[in-house]
Design a protein around this ligand. Structure first.
Ligand code: FES
Length: 87
């Protein structure tokens, strides 16, 4: 039985300016693609305190930075997917 994993997407102004909101549809597509609907929940977060490092997301207590539409899939498969499977 798998638990619920929450992924926070930074909606702070610095990340927003770097088009962080574009990560949302990309992550939604990845969730569908990996059959994680209902197991991985996306939530908006205020500034994740990593404004200098590019768009940020947070999973558990770890923050991942420097994300864009191109590299988010790789990060998702490397870091987020294993967390969902172990939850
Ligand atoms: S606005 Fe996203 S880390 Fe600060």
């Amino acid at each position: 039985m798998h638990g619920l994993t929450t992924l926070y997407i930074c909606m702070g102004s610095a990340c927003h300016q770097r088009r962080g909101h574009r990560l949302l549809p990309a992550l939604e597509a990845l969730i569908r693609q990996h059959g994680l609907a209902g197991r991985l929940v996306l939530k908006g977060a205020f500034c994740l305190d990593n404004c200098q490092r590019g768009c940020s997301i947070k999973c558990g207590d770890q923050v991942f930075t420097g994300l864009n539409e191109q590299n988010v899939a790789g990060l998702f498969e490397r870091e987020i997917l294993p967390r969902c499977q172990s939850n």
